[in-house]
Structure formats: C-alpha cells, structure tokens
Design a protein around this ligand. Sequence first.
Ligand code: NAD
Length: 391
Amino acid sequence: MPVLGRIARRFATERPLEGVRLAVCLHVTAETANLMRCLAAGGGKGVLCAANPLSTQDDVAAALAEEIEVHARFGEDLDTYTRHVGALVEGRPQVTIDDGADLLTVMHGVQATDELIGGTEETTTGLLRLRKLEAEGGLRCPVLAVNESRTERTFNDRYGTGQSALDGILRATNLLLAGHTLVLLGYGYAGKGIAQRARGAGAAVIVCEVDPTRALEARMEGFEVMPSLEAAERGDLFVTVTGSRSVLRREHFELMKDGAVLANAGHFDVEIDLEGLGAAAAGDPREVLPLVEQYHVEGRRLNLLAGGRVVNLAAGEGHPAAVMDMSFATQALAVEHLVREAGALPPRVLDVPHGIDEEIARLKLSALGVSIDELTEEQRLYLHSWQQNDS
Ligand SMILES: NC(=O)c1ccc[n+]([C@@H]2O[C@H](COP(=O)([O-])OP(=O)(O)OC[C@H]3O[C@@H](n4cnc5c(N)ncnc54)[C@H](O)[C@@H]3O)[C@@H](O)[C@H]2O)c1
C-alpha cells in the first residue's frame, strides 16, 4: 500500500492527529491494519471494531491487538457485535470512520456526540442512513463522504468490488463463469464492476434495474436487461448489489433453476429475503460446502453463499490491497482535514475536498512509476479565463 505508506511517513513527521481519539468501524483486514498504523503514525489514538460480523480476519485482529484496542472476532453474534460497537462509543471518540454508519448512528442514538469533531463514511448504505439523519435535522457533526470521492467511485467500486465479489463467489463454489448466466441485480457503481468482470470471464450477463437511466446504460453496454422475474428462470448465478431489501424473494426462488447460486455483494444481508427462502424451502438447509447452504425448493437445489452477507468479505478477503490503498489514503487525508478544520465545517454530509482526490491519484501514479503531462501556461489561461475565446 505505497500511497498510504507515503502518507504515514508524512504523518510521522507532522503528527497532524496528535492525541485525537479516533473510533474506527471497518472490516478488520490487513488493509485496515495499515490504516490504523497510519493514523497512529499521525499521533491519533485509534480503537477498532468490525463493520460486519463475518468480515474479521482473526489473525489480523490478534496481531493488531498488541498495538491498539481491537473489538472484533470472526462470526461474532449480533449481541457481541453490538457490544463491540458500544465499547468504541464509550471511549467518547472525537473522529469516527464508518463503513455502514453503525458507529455514528449509535453515537447519535445515545447522544454521545458532544465531543465529536466529525466522521467519514466508506459505503453507499452508510451515506444513505446519514443523509436521512441529516434530512431529519439530527446530524450533529460534519461527515465526509469518502464513498463518493472520485478515487473511490472510479477505482474502489469498479475494480475492487468487481474483482473481489467474483473472487468470493469462486472461492466458495469453484464455479466456472464461462458459459454460465450471471444475473446482476443493481447496475450501480459497484454492480457495473461485477458485470464487466463477469463478462470478461465468459459469463452471459443479465442486468435487472429499477432506474431507467442505468438500465439503458446497461443495455447500451451490451448486457441483456429484463425484469427480475424473467431473469429468475434464466440465471445460474444471482448477485444482488442494490443497497435495498428483498430484491430476490420467494416469487423469484420458486422460478429458479436447479443448482442456482445466490450471492449478495450489497452492504447488509437483507437483499436476499432469507425468511422467504426458508419459507419456500422444504426442511432445513444443508451446508454442502463451507459458506454454501443448500435449500430445496420444489425439488430444485438453491445454493446460498455466506448466509446472504456481503460475499467478497464473507467468502473472500475483500478488495485487493492495491485498491484499498487509495480508499484508505482518502480516509487518512479526510480525517486530517476534519481535524484541521475542527469546528469550521457544518453538520452535514460533505464532499471530500477535490485536492485530496488529486493528491491520492498523483501519489498512486508516482508509486506506479507513471508520469503525466501538465497544462502549458497558454492552455491554463485558455481553460480558466472567461476572457479567452476561439473567435
Ligand atoms: N461489496 C462491496 O465491496 C461493496 C462496494 C461498494 C458498495 N457496496 C454496497 O453495495 C450496495 C450498492 O452500492 P452502489 O454504490 O453500487 O449503489 P448505487 O446506488 O450506485 O447502485 C445501486 C443500484 O441498484 C439499483 N436498484 C435498487 N433497487 C433495485 C431493485 N429492487 N432491483 C434492481 N435494481 C435495484 C438502483 O437503481 C441503483 O442503480 C450498497 O449497499 C453499498 O453499500 C458494496
């Protein structure tokens, strides 16, 4: 993670986070460990809990626990998960980093926001929740929408989710994508990456959408587009990534082929209606492989991956480090920005400053040994002055 490494080296000299209490609720992976070390290099006092009960890498959590406070264990039940988030809230953090907004929403719920300087949010679902809180007039601190920064949208969602969601599915099933039909539900930032990567591996991809512009974009990209009830009969593999709930439900399960595989790459485990699946199935599901549960629906076998939880983390290792390098570099610079501007930013969901995106892209290019052109003075004037024209 060369970009984060460069930022950590600067942080170690400048100590921009000296003494700041930081609470971090992210997937506990090796990449997150690097972020925690970067924040510590800047002088921050970080504590960490998991953003999902199934995404913790226990070896990473154990190693990190020798350096900082960590509250996370793979497969923790809901009570333990809630207790772990609560432990971070009790520390009265000044800055939060969230992936799904569990930490910041709990802090608002128990009115523990007095000392908050601000927070950052890593994913779409978290921003959705925080914007609802803001719309109700309840948001008590500025939140930087790291998820919507240019580097995150361009690299993390498209390349990171695209590759890692398929990686999680393949690790769990060893399915051959070539010659099979993948039904993608949700052609958003993350879904586009999955559709492109699946096509690259030889799958026929069907897209299901509710947004006409995105459906049209998928059609023009060359994918088949149709309602999900039609696609239900055609798919060998179904992937939900909408941020919504019950996108696949009983009426879909009853139409699916024998052997169909169901996976979710959206943030919460609500996109595949598990109650509906249980109700449609005869008897209890059987674990046929680790993280693969088989349900019998009208004599056909449907295979649910990772209990419907986010598949790239629950069945794989999440995004590759090369992608998380840029996301977490954005997190580190966003936290620095919040601390530098403490008290000056409004309690709203805010864009990450453009300069942070540019700095990260430049650092990444430099780490890759790639240099680019710069505008000439003549071009700069031409582009930036209203007095210049072509006539
Ligand atoms: N697994 C990961 O690594 C990862 C990465 C990024 C985002 N996410 C999560 O994935 C989800 C989507 O994120 P995004 O950034 O792509 O959001 P997005 O808003 O860009 O895309 C979601 C798309 O789903 C569509 N949609 C909504 N309801 C639908 C339905 N019932 N049927 C079909 N399509 C429907 C929307 O129209 C939209 O185009 C969120 O929960 C987000 O937190 C996961």
